[in-house]
Ligand binder design. Structure first.
Ligand code: GDP
Length: 143
């Protein structure tokens, strides 16, 4: 086990449903520390760039439109095995397949509108953190 950082997004449906505090509470109760956070409304360029890996997928345009449908809250979480721990809290992409007690099982409406994003590996996490917070946008805990 080692201390990792991961990139987490509360998507527009999660913000609309007023779940920011509920979701932050789950992260904190699981021992993850928020070391960067910001709210923003993604530009077309940002949404397309963030999901560029899915460019050839049939749902790409819908995904970009969904991610631009309202503001999002983006955070960096730090802790032991943060990448996998965070993904466990989110649950499977499709809420129908998600385990009970996960964020997506509890709150997601569909495979698309699934409330949250989480990096799927430490390399992806580093890229996604830099995408939103640059080189110096993370605030290490000093106490
Ligand atoms: P994640 O890592 O669990 O977020 O899943 P993926 O990286 O595979 O997909 C990225 C996002 O695209 C998901 O979180 C959903 O919002 C959306 N998505 C994934 N699969 C589908 C699909 O089959 N249809 C639609 N409409 N959206 C999807």
């Amino acid at each position: 086990m080692s201390v990792e950082r991961t990139l987490s997004i509360i998507k527009p449906d999660g913000v609309e449903k007023n779940l920011i505090g509920e979701i932050y509470g789950r992260f904190e109760k699981a021992g993850l520390e928020i070391v960067a956070a910001r709210m923003l409304h993604l530009s077309q360029e940002q949404a397309e760039g963030f999901y560029a890996v899915h460019k050839e997928r049939p749902f790409y345009n819908d995904l970009v439109n969904y991610m631009r449908s309202g503001p999002v809250v983006v955070q960096v979480l730090e802790g032991e095995s943060a990448v996998s721990k965070h993904r466990e809290l989110l649950g499977a992409t499709n809420p129908d397949d998600a385990d009970p007690g996960t964020i997506r099982k509890d709150f997601a409406a569909s495979i698309e509108e699934n409330v949250v994003h989480g990096s799927d590996g430490t390399d992806t996490a580093a890229e996604e953190i830099a995408f939103f917070f640059g080189d110096d946008g993370v605030c290490p805990r000093t106490r």
